[in-house]
Design a protein around this ligand. Structure first.
Ligand SMILES: Cc1ncc(COP(=O)(O)O)c(C=O)c1O
Length: 347
């Protein structure tokens, strides 16, 4: 338990003073009535009404699924929105700083730049695990957020839970653990540890295992006070009605997502064993995600060859510690076979 964390002291003054926009649907949330309050088109197009700004039905179902209370859930237009709002709520432009652990997901740094917040980079070690001492040493009085991505994009490994626990216990700011790929991982989610840590925010998303990237729905789990701050500063209708409806339908059938996950994990194992047989693959990094990072001799020639074969992978060779690396998302069995056949031809 972190005893010195004080949320109030890291919340920006303008956010504390802010009176949030009050939408018509905040004032009346019943479903029966004649709605002449929100300047909507009265004709039923299927989409003529504003959606529920609090996403109550959706959060009820997510609360059941994740075994948390509704008050501990924030929903964003993708986890990317939650990342941006964390900066807006807790980082003072030109004064605060955040710590990221490259190589990692690019949006943390982009969001910092948008918000004019300095980024301190503490590189992962050669085994792609965080260096706890160097992270703790990098913290100063203006450090507001630390981003851990576990399983990490693009390295595909999970971090040891003890490292995250140590940071949570010794940091007076917020540790954000981005679990976008947790459904493919053997590790347990930190959502179950929310009660122990008032300075923990866990991010998850419907974009990966749930197969709904196009709908843009991300989740942030945290103690109620953090959730209230994010909710206060979000755009009122950040989750559109179609997304709310379609995700509710998906949540009614979680077995489908479970079968996607087991199929992707099985395909991942097949892909790894096929890649192991190829001479051009110099190293396959252990993966806990729905993608595989491999080392090859010449990423550019391989990338261009694959694009020519109409197969698009991600060249990560310009990323520090990922020199010579290509990131491959696990596709369907058929797509993976096509990839392997193309790589065999290249070999
Ligand atoms: C680690 C990580 N976090 C978040 C995201 C984005 O999630 P969302 O689609 O919910 O914005 C990605 C997307 O690739 C990711 O790799």
């Amino acid at each position: 338990m972190n005893v010195t964390f004080n949320l109030d002291s890291i919340t920006r003054d303008n956010v504390k003073k802010l009176v949030p926009y009050s939408s018509a649907r905040d004032e009346f949330s019943g479903s029966n009535g004649i709605f002449l309050d929100a300047n909507e088109n009265p004709f039923n197009t299927g989409y003529n009404r504003y959606p529920d700004p609090h996403q109550k039905n959706l959060k009820d179902k997510i609360a059941d699924l994740k075994r948390v209370e509704l008050k501990n859930i924030f929903l964003g237009n993708g986890s990317d929105e939650a990342i941006d709002l964390l900066f807006r709520a807790f980082c003072e432009p030109q004064k605060s700083n955040v710590i990221i652990l490259p190589p990692t997901y690019g949006m943390y740094e982009v969001a910092a730049n948008i918000n004019d917040v300095a980024v301190k980079k503490v590189l992962l070690q050669n085994n792609f695990q965080p260096d706890t001492d160097r992270i703790l040493n990098a913290i100063d009085t203006n450090t507001r957020l630390i981003f851990f991505c576990s399983p990490n994009n693009p390295t595909a490994n999970s971090f040891q839970p003890e490292v995250m626990q140590e940071i949570l216990e010794n940091f007076n700011g917020i540790l954000v653990i981005d679990e976008a790929y947790i459904d493919f991982s053997a590790q347990q989610s930190f959502v179950s540890k929310l009660k122990n840590y008032p300075n923990l925010v866990v991010l998850q998303t419907f974009s990966k295992a749930w197969g709904m990237a196009s709908l843009r729905l991300g989740m942030a789990f945290a103690e109620e006070k953090i959730i209230n701050i994010l909710s206060k500063i979000k755009p009122p209708y950040n989750i559109n009605g179609v997304t709310q409806q379609l995700v509710l339908e998906a949540l009614a059938n979680p077995e489908k997502t479970k079968s996607y996950i087991s199929e992707i994990i099985a395909e991942r194992a097949n892909l790894v064993s096929e890649l192991e047989t190829l001479k051009l693959v110099k190293y396959i990094y252990p993966t806990d995600a729905n993608f595989i990072l491999i080392k090859v001799d010449d990423t550019k020639t391989l990338y261009n060859y694959l694009v020519n074969e109409q197969i698009v992978v991600r060249d990560r060779s310009k990323v520090e510690l990922c020199e010579g690396c290509i990131r491959i998302t696990v596709g369907t069995g058929e797509e993976n076979d096509t990839l392997i056949n193309a790589l065999k031809k290249f070999n």
